[in-house]
Structures are given as C-alpha cells and as structure tokens.
Design a protein around this ligand. Structure first.
Ligand code: NDP
Length: 385
C-alpha cells in the first residue's frame, strides 16, 4: 500500500472529524502532516497524538500554552498564531483538506494551494471572497482543486469525461434548511438553537445558520461560478428537502446526470481522498424504496432573499462577493450571539453591499483589505440597528 500524506486545516470541526473518521479506517495508508484548530487545544492535541501528526497548530496564539502542555512528552511540534497556521499549511502534503470556517481560512488555504499538491476545498467562504485570485493561484501553481462541498462534488462527478461546452445548465440542490416551510412572521422570531438544528445534515454552527437563511446556497452559487465556469446564467438552484440528489448537470442533448447519496459528508470527502479512484465508506447504502419519494420546488426569494443577493454579487463580480461574505459572517455571529433577529441577517448583508462598493481586489492583500473594511461597515450597521 502506498502511503499518502495529508494535512487537515480545521481538524477539530465537523468536516475535520468526518475526514479523520475515514482516515482512521485505513491504518497505514495515511501520514498526517499538520492538524489545525482555532482554540480547541485539548481536542487538537488528542487528535494529533492519535494520528501521530508532525505538527499541531492553534490559530489563536493565546491557546498555545494549553496545546504545548497537552503535547508534552510527544514528538509532535506545537505552534500557534496566524503565521504558524500558514507555515503548517505550506508544508508539503499530497492532499490538504481546507476545512476552516470563514474567511479566516483564506491565508492557509492559499498557502496550501501555493505548494502545488491537491487541495480538497470545504472552506467555501475563502473561494467566495478571493475567487479570481484563488483560481489564478491554482492555475499558476498547477494545483489540483477538488470540491468537498456535497453539491460541487456532485457536479464535479457529473462533469467527469464530458466537455463543459456541452453543458446546458447546472442545478444545485438545496435542502431549504430547517425553516423552509416557515412564514415570514415565524422567521422573524427564529432562535439560534432552532437555526443550528438542521433536518438532514450535522454541521458546524455557521454553515447551519447559512443553511437556514439560504446564504449557504447563495455562497455555493458563487463557488460553482468559480469552479465550473459555464456562465452564471446556466447555474440554477432547486429546493430538494430530502437531500438525496446532491446536484445535477444537464447537457445539450437533454440528458441530465445527477449524483445521489446519503446526507453524510464522508461520501464527498471520500471521493476527494480517493480521487480519481474510489474508497469504502461506512455510510449506509441508499434505499430509494424506503425513501419513497424525492421532491423538488423552486426557491422562495421573498422569504429567503439570500440567493438573490448572492447572484447579484456574482454578477457584479470584483469585490462584491467578498463584501457579501464578510457582512454575512458578521451578521451570523451577531445572530448567534443573540444581538440581531434572524431576518436581519439578509438585511444587514444587503445594506453593507449598498454602502461599500470598493474596486476589484487583484491580490490576496487587497482581498483582506476589502474583507476588513466590509466587516467594519457591517459592525457599524449593527450598532445603528
Ligand atoms: P466547524 O465550525 O465545525 O469547524 C471549523 C473548524 O475551523 C474548526 O477546526 C475550528 O477550530 C476552525 N476555526 C474556526 N475559526 C478559526 C479561525 N479564526 N482560524 C483558524 N481556524 C478556525 O465548521 P464545519 O466543519 O462545519 O465547516 C468548515 C467549512 O466547511 C466551512 O467553510 C463550511 O462552509 C464548509 N462545509 C461544511 C460542511 C459540513 O457538513 N459541516 C459541508 C460543506 C462545506 P476550533 O474547533 O478550535 O474552533
């Protein structure tokens, strides 16, 4: 068996846990280079010991003493801070799983891209914010970028062996989140606890809220626009409450290819880990007869304006997606902290996009500049609210 090396950025999160679960099932196959977290030092140290990682990094430097103590007596190097995170991501690895949440993952993801191996991208906010800059870096460094997001992974699989010029449309499916059938009045009173209880998927808090607002689908639309450049007018969204069909590609001859599977992120992660081959997962096989029916309906952009805002940002291009993403991150954090009601998230994002329209960033430094400034505008709007 050939051993492959792997780094997991965001190892203590939901995607990190699913990845490590798969790796644990293939003893001897993987050599773990770097595992990172923000501040969950004890959990990170436990994982680093279990998988004999070369280095464990906490992004928040104040958590480094705890990490050092937890790794004392081991051969695992402990490091902390933004620079250490980027250094760890830049260590050569056959595959890097980019699974930090939010734009905080941008610098380490870019560092992984720049070492030119394979990057399996879950961290959609990084691609949304730095789309053109990141795709250009992928090209320049000859990096293989594989999509972890279940929808994009499905599209990637449906496109395999086909000429993108023959694509008539790409349809992203959306579960519609926990509030898909709620009225505007009910939405206004939705609580963080209700928002993070997703009906089909078990995910981190931020993406769960994004799923409830439909910003997740909107961010995925922008992500798809960068990963599969067939033209925005060919990208569609359909609500599919069962989350069994993960996305579809329609070709010019009228054939539509879809990828189906259980609502378990280990399936798309396994597809990336084994690509271009396949590997086993412990997931139950799909039982369509037991499921009975699969349903589809158009998204409701009155109750959930997020997909409209994201399409607008994608159409505007330049800095607009970075501004939208930054404002959404600030608004989601404010909602989770009980500072704003659920329906204000989209209002705040739209207001930030109207207020702040900087020129297109052409470098990573400029993307960070736009991100910082957009967050400041969004926070000001929070104070005005
Ligand atoms: P989680 O919140 O579960 O985990 C996030 C990870 O990022 C943790 O390891 C966390 O460390 C780390 N982290 C958080 N903030 C920072 C920071 N400022 N700097 C460095 N590291 C940080 O998120 P998910 O696993 O749910 O999602 C990760 C990414 O994958 C997101 O971009 C999400 O949109 C995407 N994704 C997730 C899916 C899912 O099913 N969960 C599906 C498709 C995409 P710590 O534990 O110390 O806080």
């Amino acid at each position: 068996m050939t051993t492959r090396s792997i780094s997991i950025l965001g190892a203590t999160g939901s995607i990190g846990a699913s990845t490590l679960d798969l790796i644990r099932r293939e003893p001897g196959k993987w050599r773990v280079v770097a595992l990172t977290a923000n501040c969950q030092a004890a959990e990170l140290a436990r994982l680093a010991r279990e998988f004999s990682a070369e280095v464990a990094v906490v992004a928040d430097e104040s958590c480094l003493p705890e990490l050092r103590e937890a790794l004392a007596g081991s051969r695992i190097a402990a490091a902390g801070g933004a620079g250490a995170l980027v250094e760890a991501a830049a260590r050569p690895a056959d595959i890097t799983i980019a699974a930090i949440v939010g734009c905080a993952g941008l610098a380490p993801t870019m560092a992984a891209i720049e070492q030119g191996g394979t990057v399996a991208l879950a961290n959609k906010e990084a691609l949304v914010s730095a789309g053109d800059v990141m795709i250009e870096a992928v090209r320049r460094h000859g990096t293989t970028l594989l999509p972890v997001d279940s929808e994009h992974n499905a599209i990637f699989q449906c496109l395999a062996g086909n000429d993108p010029a023959h694509v008539r449309s790409i349809t992203l499916t959306a579960s519609g989140g926990p509030f898909r059938d709620w009225s505007a009045e009910q939405l206004a009173a939705a609580t963080p606890a209700q928002a993070i209880r997703h009906p089909n998927w078990d995910m981190g808090a931020k993406i769960s809220v994004d799923s409830a607002t439909m910003f997740n689908k909107g961010l995925e639309l922008i992500e798809a626009h960068h990963l599969f450049p067939v033209g925005l007018d060919k990208l569609r969204i359909v609500v599919h409450p069962q989350s069994v069909v993960h996305s579809m590609v329609e070709y010019r001859d009228g054939s539509t290819l879809a990828q189906l599977g259980p609502s378990d992120m280990r399936v798309p992660i396994a597809s990336c880990l084994a690509w271009p081959a396949r590997m086993d997962t412990p997931c139950d096989p799909l039982d369509l007869a037991a499921l009975g029916e699969l349903t589809f309906r158009a998204p409701d952009e009155q109750r959930f304006p997020a997909t409209r805002l994201c399409r607008q940002a994608a159409e505007a291009g330049g800095a607009a997606p970075a501004v939208l993403n930054a404002a959404n991150e600030v608004a989601v954090a404010a909602f989770l902290a009980g500072q704003i009601p659920f329906s204000r998230i989209a209002v705040m994002v739209e207001a930030t996009m109207t207020r702040y329209t900087p020129p297109a960033p052409t470098s990573l430094a400029e993307v960070f500049g736009v991100d910082t400034e957009a967050r400041a505008h969004a926070r000001e709007l929070l104070e005005l609210a």
